[in-house]
Design a protein around this ligand. Structure first.
Ligand SMILES: Nc1ncnc2c1ncn2[C@@H]1O[C@H](COP(=O)(O)OP(=O)(O)OP(=O)(O)O)[C@@H](O)[C@H]1O
Length: 252
């Protein structure tokens, strides 16, 4: 982890009201994320991963505890802290260029053009500026989504299973593309997944959550350089450690 703390969760718990009872989703989350760090949040379905992103993103308030970014408590959304979901977020009636430029319309035209072309080039969509989403593959649509997020020069990016709708080979390509982009821009990334391999391939640290109410079951470092060898002993050992923390058997 880098020495400067970017995001800090302190004693974060979240309970949703539910008819006559209540549903506790997160319990006492303490976590610090360094500036420019890539952290994966890994856990079973329903353990509160998306809720945690909604809290740090300013869409939900914690029931107890607090979240700070750069030392300031998060109370609302912020234009430079963006979410990337699955490809469904892009507008089908708008071209690649128009989808990507959505967040930078306030800039003067020439500056806007420079920013938009820069991120389109960065995500590998050069030449497709005028194309419409229906003309693009799933992976390309996801690149549009990433480009749109990058256009606002984000300092923190929240990614909620962004590659979940893609086939397994495209997912692998998108992961290595994301690493290339992250290394170029170095935003802080909080990436939610329930895919153990995805977490090991991407993260510098993997935060493992227990089943609901989500608690931190353990934090695992992935001290491997990119490109990572998926057949290495080190990769296998980290995978075993993560499965153990998740309480999942590895033989079927
Ligand atoms: N606004 C809300 N009101 C009430 N309950 C909610 C709300 N948001 C989430 N929940 C509940 O909180 C629990 C955790 O949901 P969340 O989406 O955070 O889990 P998750 O770990 O991201 O799951 P998945 O991996 O399946 O997306 C679920 O039981 C969900 O129904």
């Amino acid at each position: 982890m880098s020495t400067t703390t970017k995001v800090a969760f302190t004693g974060v718990s979240k309970t949703f009201p539910k008819k006559n009872e209540s549903l506790q989703v997160l319990e006492n989350i303490d976590l610090e994320v360094g500036e420019g760090e890539f952290v994966c949040l890994l856990g079973p379905s329903g353990c509160g991963k998306s809720t945690l992103l909604n809290i740090v993103g300013g869409f939900e308030r914690p029931t107890t505890g607090s979240v700070t970014i750069d030392g300031h408590e998060v109370r609302e959304t912020h234009p430079q802290r963006v979410f990337v979901f699955q490809e469904y977020g892009i507008f089908p009636w708008a071209s690649v260029w128009d989808n990507v430029s959505l967040g930078v319309r306030h800039l003067p035209k020439s500056e806007q053009a420079k920013v938009v072309q820069g991120v389109i080039d960065l995500v590998g969509l050069t030449g497709f500026e005028k194309a419409y989403p229906m003309e693009l593959s799933g992976g390309m649509k996801q690149r549009v989504e990433v480009a749109r997020a990058l256009a606002v020069t984000p300092d923190v990016i929240y990614m909620d299973e962004p590659f979940g709708a893609l086939d397994s080979l495209t997912r692998l390509t998108m992961r290595s593309e994301l690493i290339r982009i992250w290394k170029t821009r170095k935003p802080t990334i909080l990436f939610v997944t329930h895919d153990v391999d995805e977490a090991i391939q991407l993260a510098e640290r993997v935060v493992v959550f227990s089943a609901r109410p989500g608690r931190i079951a353990g934090i695992v470092d992935v001290p491997m350089e990119h490109p990572r060898d998926l057949a290495s002993t080190e990769y296998g050992a980290i995978k075993r450690e993560l499965y153990d923390l998740l309480g999942v058997t590895q033989s079927i």
